[in-house]
Design a binder for this molecule. Structure first.
Ligand code: BTN
Length: 254
C-alpha cells in the first residue's frame, strides 16, 4: 500500500479540502478511480512527486519525472459524463490563471480539449477518465504541469514543450502552485454547482488557442481540421468544420 500523507484545507469548500500526497505512484488518475490505498471521496485530490506510469490521452504515456506537478481530482457518482465537461474547462482555466499569475505573462492559452500552451509550446495536459459502477459513474480529472522540468534539450517530442521554470528562470514551489490551482478550481466548481458556468465563458473564450485559425483535432479514428470559434454553455467547442458550424463535445474525442 502506498503511504499517502493526508492534509485538510478547510478554507476550500469541496475541491481539495482533503489532499493526499505521495512520493511516487503509477498514475494519480488510476489510484483515485480504482479507490486503492485510501478511502477517497468526491472532491479529494491526489498528488505525486512522480508517476511511474502516468497516462496521457490516446493511451499515451505521460512522462512524469520529479519537477513536474501531477494531480487528480475525484468526482463520485456523477449522473452523466456530459454534465461534467464544463468542469474540465474550469480546471484548465484554473491552471491557466495560476500559470499566468506565477509568471506575470498573459499568453497561456487553452488548446481544446486538454492542453495548455505558452507561445506554441505545450506546458500542461489534462486527462479525464471515468468508470461506471451500476447506475453511477465515477470520474477523475488529472492534470500534469511542466513546472520545474527541463525541455529545452529534449528531442523527438510530438509537440514542443516548455516548463514554467524555463519561462520565468525561477524554480516554482509545487505545493503553493497546487494550492493556488485548487483554490481557483474550488471557487469555480461552486459557481458551476450554482448553475453559473456561463460566467466563465468570456475568459475561457479570451484564452481559446487557435481561435479563427485551422487546427488539427484528433478523433478516436481520424484527424479533422477545425476552425475553433468559441466554447459553449455546455462546455462544447463551437467550430467551423468544412464551412459547417458544429459543436464538438469532449465525449466525441474520448
Ligand atoms: C495529455 O496531454 O495527454 C494529458 C496528460 C495528463 C497527465 C496527468 S498527470 C496527473 C494525471 N495522472 C495521469 O496518469 N495522467 C494525468
Amino acid at each position: 500500500m502506498i503511504p499517502y500523507v493526508k492534509n485538510t484545507f478547510l478554507h476550500r469548500k469541496y475541491i481539495g479540502q482533503t489532499l493526499y500526497s505521495c512520493q511516487e505512484t503509477d498514475s494519480t488518475n488510476i489510484r483515485l478511480l480504482e479507490q486503492t490505498g485510501a478511502p477517497f471521496v468526491s472532491g479529494d485530490v491526489l498528488t505525486a512527486i512522480c508517476q511511474s506510469a502516468g497516462l496521457g490521452r490516446h493511451q499515451r504515456h505521460w512522462k512524469s519525472p520529479e519537477g513536474g506537478l501531477y494531480f487528480s481530482v475525484l468526482f463520485e457518482e456523477i449522473p452523466a459524463l456530459e454534465h461534467f465537461y464544463p468542469l474540465v474547462l474550469l480546471l484548465a482555466l484554473a491552471v491557466r490563471d495560476t500559470l499566468s499569475d506565477a509568471s506575470g505573462y498573459e499568453t497561456f492559452l487553452i488548446k481544446w480539449p486538454n492542453d495548455l500552451y505558452y507561445e506554441n509550446h505545450k506546458i500542461s495536459g489534462i486527462l479525464t477518465q471515468s468508470r461506471s459502477q451500476g447506475a453511477y459513474t465515477n470520474a477523475v480529472i488529472g492534470s500534469g504541469i511542466n513546472l520545474n522540468t527541463a525541455f529545452a534539450d529534449v528531442k523527438g517530442l510530438r509537440n514542443p514543450a516548455i516548463s514554467l521554470s524555463e519561462i520565468t528562470g525561477r524554480t516554482i514551489p509545487p505545493e503553493s502552485f497546487l494550492d493556488e490551482v485548487l483554490n481557483r478550481f474550488d471557487q469555480s466548481y461552486q459557481q458551476w454547482v450554482l448553475g453559473n458556468f456561463t460566467h466563465y465563458l468570456p475568459r475561457l473564450n479570451q484564452f481559446l488557442y487557435g481561435k479563427g485559425h485551422p487546427q488539427q483535432l484528433k478523433l478516436p479514428d481520424r484527424e479533422i481540421t477545425v476552425i475553433p470559434l468559441e466554447f459553449t454553455a455546455s462546455g462544447q467547442l463551437r467550430c467551423d468544420v468544412n464551412g459547417m458550424i458544429r459543436e464538438i463535445s469532449l465525449g466525441e474525442l474520448m
